[in-house]
Each structure stands twice: as C-alpha cells, then as structure tokens.
Design a binder for this molecule. Structure first.
Ligand SMILES: [Zn+2]
Length: 181
C-alpha cells in the first residue's frame, strides 16, 4: 500500500497518502449508525464504539510483545502516519527494566510511532503517586471524600479525570481497556 501510495503520487503528481486515523469521535458515531443499519451483531456492533485504526481491540487480552508484533506490519502501509501503544498496569517508573525491554523490542519492529500508556493517580492530600483504587495507599483517604487526580493517555492526549471529559462511547472504551502484561 505504501508503495501504491508513492507510485500513485508520482503518477498523478498529487500527494496521496494513507493515514491510520485516530477518529476519536467517529469510533462512536459509526458504531451507532451501523447498529441502526445492521442491528446488533455479536462481536461487531455490540459495543458503544469501534476500536480505532488497526489496533487490537482494546478489550482483547494480549501480551505487550504480541500486540506490538501484530500491529507492526500495518505501519508499513501507512505512509502518512500511524501509532501503536501498549497499556501497562502500573507506573512505568517503578519497573524501568520492563519499560526499557518494551522500547528496545519496538525499535526492532518497523513501527513509526509508539507510546507506552501507564496510569498515574495522585492523591492531593499526601501526594502519593501510583495506582489508587477507592482508598489511597499513602494516607487512607477515600475516593468519596477526596478528589484523586487520575491521569490517562487514551486519545493521544494526557487526560486528567477522564470520565468527566469523554463522550459516552469513549468512556465505554476506557472501561473495557485491558492491560498488556
Ligand atoms: Zn493520600
């Protein structure tokens, strides 16, 4: 495809490119339209969103290395850009060896752009930073009492307190996302 784009660009003297679109809004909009047209099809239209681009579905359990290897061939097709990412289950700074291993593996693949997503929660009361459930491990503050800050990278942007900012389709996707261990 990349060669096709380059050849077509040359032939027509135009810039022709293929881009792995993030389509944050469309991932929900198209699903809704397809549900109206085709109904509920299990495994296809039965969620609020489509996983965007050529990414492995966000809810599909898969090891980080396998996900990277599975998506790598598609980068070759997208001469206008593409991204792959993995979701870690904790703060990457607490396991830099694993982080480095992932990055070094990516460098051996034909991947143009890559990110490692890892959750960062902060407790404003005691400044604890890491994964916080309903209780702060640092000071015992409760989610209900305080305002834990939850930073996530989901749509290409770092988003604090994401549940307040995303549309319902994107919120559903966030809830479904699995970690790649
Ligand atoms: Zn705390």
């Amino acid at each position: 495809m990349r060669q096709f784009c380059d050849d077509a660009s040359e032939l027509h003297d135009l810039n022709i490119s293929l881009f792995a679109t993030p389509a944050e809004g469309l991932s929900g909009k198209f699903t809704k339209q397809d549900q109206e047209t085709f109904g509920m099809i299990q495994g296809v239209t039965d969620r609020e969103y489509y996983t965007n681009s050529f990414h492995i579905p966000v809810y599909y359990p898969m090891a980080a290395y396998r996900k990277i290897r599975s998506e790598a061939p598609f980068h070759e097709l997208c001469n206008a850009g593409a991204i792959s990412y993995v979701e870690l289950d904790g703060n990457a700074r607490q396991n830099t060896a694993a982080f480095r291993g992932i990055v070094q593996f990516v460098l051996l693949q034909n991947i143009g752009y890559f990110s490692v997503n890892h959750p960062i929660d902060r407790c404003p009361a005691c400044r604890y930073e890491g994964m916080i459930g309903s209780v702060c491990p640092g000071c015992g503050a409760l989610e209900a009492d305080g305002h834990f800050q939850r930073l996530r990278r989901v749509t290409g942007y770092l988003t604090g307190n994401y549940t307040e900012r995303f549309n319902s389709a994107k919120q559903a996707e966030v809830e479904d996302r699995v970690k790649h261990l």
